[in-house]
Design a protein around this ligand. Structure first.
Ligand SMILES: NC(=O)c1ccc[n+]([C@@H]2O[C@H](COP(=O)([O-])OP(=O)(O)OC[C@H]3O[C@@H](n4cnc5c(N)ncnc54)[C@H](OP(=O)(O)O)[C@@H]3O)[C@@H](O)[C@H]2O)c1
Length: 261
């Protein structure tokens, strides 16, 4: 098959479009004919796991892209819940080849039905960023209907899903971002928008039940004081500051690589 492979760490300049061995599905795995593949640049820069197997063996050349949308082309032994010809989306572990190829093998448990209303290209953006947003809101923050939620970075890769999902879960959503993104973020379901150009939201804007921070740095530091007492802060980029967290009840942390693993 043809695949996009990186033979060394670096940026997109390392990628080579070339022949690669076609994979085959082992027990519990599904062979997917790739129709669309999504990639995050961080994959090619910093994520050590991508270059090694789980037991630390070098596995270059690697095929990037760990989110995909495609059609089931083959089933390994013992797979239940998928059938040949079905449209699926999948999140692929970072220690195995990704979907920048004609075919990818994905554990059956890491696949879901592709939403029928979406194209393959749109659907391929869902697994990692949307699952991260879901984990932050539902699993870590436990957002309840009627709660006030602030999404720091509401127009970003994770933020656009966090804003939409928070609204769907019944939250009253405020989002921050650059002023040019105000319309987009409001269209996604934010009731209020606070521009980054205006500086960090003040505590007066606060009293939030839940803050999801996708930005980090000073934005994260300023997020603790925006919570009501007992509110929940979920960070995506760095562990919470325990001293700051200690002033509030139960701030939580989402590890960057935890999504779908
Ligand atoms: N994307 C994923 O699938 C994924 C999965 C798991 C974890 N993560 C982690 O989640 C974090 C966010 O990732 P991402 O992909 O969502 O990044 P991103 O697309 O860069 O989103 C960050 C957003 O925050 C905005 N922003 C920057 N400074 C701001 C400020 N001072 N106030 C408000 N908004 C500001 C950015 O605007 P500009 O772009 O205009 O600067 C951008 O829209 C990272 O730590 C990443 O490693 C991401």
């Amino acid at each position: 098959m043809m695949a996009l492979r990186a033979h060394a760490r670096g940026g997109p300049e390392q990628l080579v479009y070339e022949q690669a061995p076609a994979p085959s599905a082992g027990p519990g795995e599904v062979l997917v004919a790739v129709h669309a593949a999504a990639i995050t640049f961080a994959e090619l820069l910093a994520w050590d796991l991508q270059w090694t197997t789980r037991d630390g063996k070098d596995r270059t050349p690697v095929i990037p892209s760990h989110e995909t949308s495609g059609i089931v082309a083959g089933l390994g032994a013992g797979v239940a819940g998928q059938a040949a010809g079905e449209e699926v989306v999948g999140l692929i572990g970072f220690d195995r080849d990704g979907a920048a190829a004609e075919y990818v093998v994905v554990p059956g448990a890491s696949l879901a039905a592709k939403p029928q209303s979406l194209s393959h290209v749109a659907a391929a953006t869902l697994p990692l960023a949307a699952l991260t947003a879901w984990q932050a809101l539902a699993d870590h923050a436990g957002l309840q209907p009627g709660e006030q939620v602030l999404v720091q970075g509401g127009a970003g890769g994770v933020g656009i899903f966090a804003v939409q999902l928070a609204a769907i879960l019944g939250g009253h959503v405020t989002a921050t971002g650059h002023s040019a993104d105000a319309g987009l973020v409001r269209d996604l379901g934010a009731e209020r928008f606070i521009s980054a150009e205006a500086g960090c939201p003040s505590q007066a804007a606060g009293g939030f039940d839940v803050v999801i921070d996708t930005v980090g740095g000073a934005v994260l530091d300023g997020s603790y004081g925006l919570l009501r007492e007992g509110g929940r802060l979920v960070t995506l980029g760095a562990p919470p500051d325990q001293e700051l967290a200690g002033r509030y009840k139960g701030p939580r942390h989402v590890l960057r690589r935890r999504a779908g693993r």
